[in-house]
Design a protein around this ligand. Structure first.
Ligand code: MSP
Length: 500
């Protein structure tokens, strides 16, 4: 399909309620999808999100909740969907790895790769981290602790099925070398290139014996095994949007994905395992995998296992949906780590939202009520240089926003366009302070006052249109206010938070 844009979020584990980190990726994906649809006017945008429901982690959480896994998953999925609705996430599809369409596709993939000889049976002797569901070599583990989560490893010996990653090492290294846009940002591209340079890929164990774990997709060629959760989960990106035909050719209207948006914690799976799986299946590769940074609390990544999570719902109830979306997208350059704190939200709230945007909208509507009996004045040619430079800035914003956070260039940049929009807001606020409209009114300079107020209306309309992907409710509320027959200034959009 020409001119389509297929964007995905990770499928989140349902072992615990979503936290700020999960909401970050989803909000970023939503903002991009809204930007494509709304600002670039692209009709064919498909945003996929969903939940990862198999494996040890989920089984354990279900046991602890004294529910069977399917009941437990249903309950948790409700929390994810509820949060996405609250945050105005405009997803087109939500896939659960327990759905038939997914299970069917995973089993088909397994059959195709098994027949092809890319999946084989072998005995594994080594170390295993149960919480991470990862195998480790003796040489990789210091003091028999998991190199990732630092918990004790178990010694195991069992028969399993393996996917021949090693066979595709050189192909992948060359592919990545030839495709500088495959992994973004550049720091992550370097990370994977270097990893492939310094290490030889080991084959990947893609099964778990049923005696150890039963909550998974059964291997079609070995009923005593279920599929390793990562091998299962990655396939969602194709199972949600297409099917294999009888000959094993994959057909889809949306594939290849234009963008897999992920956090840097799951880069290896997306930039090493996944492209090899697709290549082995003779399926086109996604265009770009973008791995953003982490929200940290102090020195540590926010995560369930570290026990430092903050609930997005709590933040939204306290500060508002759009304030939360704005903060996450504005405060940290996309790709880098950021420190989460309520002080930082309040700072952004008071400065950017109350003082700048909220103030501009409120003072503009107030003047229209006061000086023009609530009717927006006709467009008139503004007289002075300041007004002309504001008009020029509105025009320049159109071009700038259309190119940014575009897919060309070094990466996705949410803070950049926001800064650009705020430049216009600040110019307009300065214009009000310097023009002193109350003096124009006193001196009965009506023509000037009309042109002045009308220009401010143009500014807030332009701002509303541009912030739509980032702050959809705020944008709608400004546009709605401007669309009324008579202006009613209503309440300020962002009343200052008093911190004293
Ligand atoms: N289920 C796997 C992904 C399978 S994708 C086919 C998984 N799930 S997860 O629930 O642990 O979510 C991981 C993702 O959540 C990260 O890649 C990132 O997108 C987001 N984040 C989780 N914690 C985060 C932070 N502290 N900061 C930013 N994003 C984080 O891994």
């Amino acid at each position: 399909m020409a001119n389509k844009f297929y964007i995905t979020t990770p499928l989140y584990y349902v072992n615990a309620a979503p936290h700020i980190g999960h909401s970050y990726t989803t909000i970023a994906a939503d903002c991009l999808a809204r930007y494509m649809r709304g600002i670039l006017g692209q009709d064919n945008v498909w945003l996929l999100t969903g939940t990862d429901e198999h494996g040890q982690k989920i089984q354990k959480a279900a046991d602890e909740a004294k529910l069977n896994p399917p009941e437990f998953c249903d309950k948790m999925v409700g929390q994810f969907k509820g949060l996405w609705q609250k945050l105005n996430i405009s997803y087109d599809d939500f896939i659960r790895t327990t759905e038939d369409r997914h299970v069917r596709t995973v089993q088909r993939v397994l059959e195709i790769l098994y027949k092809k000889g890319d999946i084989y049976e072998d005995t594994y002797d080594g170390l295993y981290c149960t919480p991470c569901e990862t195998f480790w070599l003796e040489s990789q583990a210091i003091n028999q602790l998991c190199p990732d989560c630092k918990r004790p490893l178990e010694k195991i010996s069992e028969t399993n099925f393996f996917f021949r990653l090693s066979k595709y090492h050189d192909w992948l290294a060359k592919y990545i070398g030839d495709h500088p846009d495959f992994i973004k940002p550049p720091s992550r591209y370097e990370e994977i290139s270097r990893f492939l340079e310094l290490n030889k890929l080991n084959d990947l164990c893609i099964s778990r014996p049923k005696e150890r774990l039963s909550w998974g997709i059964p291997l079609p060629f070995s009923p005593g095994h279920v599929t390793y959760v990562w091998f299962d989960a990655l396939i969602n990106y194709i199972s949600a949007v297409g099917n294999f035909d009888a000959q094993g050719n994959y057909k889809s209207r949306w594939w290849p994905a234009d963008l897999h948006l992920i956090g840097k914690d799951i880069l290896r799976q997306h930039a090493v395992y996944w492209p090899i799986m697709l290549y082995a299946l003779n399926i086109e590769l996604p265009k770009t995998v973008f791995a953003h940074g982490w929200w940290m609390v102090g020195e540590s990544k926010m995560s369930k296992s570290r026990g430092n999570v903050i609930s997005p719902l709590e933040m939204v109830d306290k500060y508002g949906i759009d304030v939360y979306r704005y903060f996450l997208l504005r405060d940290v350059p996309f790709g880098l780590d950021g420190n989460f704190s309520e002080e930082a939200i309040i700072k952004r709230f008071n400065a950017d939202l109350a003082n700048d945007l909220g103030n501009l909208v409120y003072r503009t509507l107030t003047m229209i009520e006061k000086y023009f009996s609530s009717n927006i004045p006709e467009k008139a040619l503004p007289a002075d240089a300041a007004a002309r430079s504001i008009e020029a800035k509105i025009k320049a914003l159109d071009a700038a926003i259309a190119a940014n956070p575009g897919l060309a260039g070094p990466g996705f940049n949410f803070a950049g366009p926001l800064e650009d929009i705020w430049e216009l807001i600040n110019m307009a606020n300065k214009y009000v302070e310097e023009t002193k409209p109350w003096n124009l009114a006193k001196e009965n300079k009506l023509k000037e006052l009309e042109a002045f107020c009308r220009l401010l209306v143009e500014v807030i309309r332009a701002v509303a249109l541009k912030i739509q992907p980032f702050m959809p409710e705020t944008a709608d509320s400004i546009l709605q206010q401007l669309g009324q027959d008579k202006i009613h200034k209503g309440k300020p959009l962002f009343p200052r938070i008093d911190v004293s």
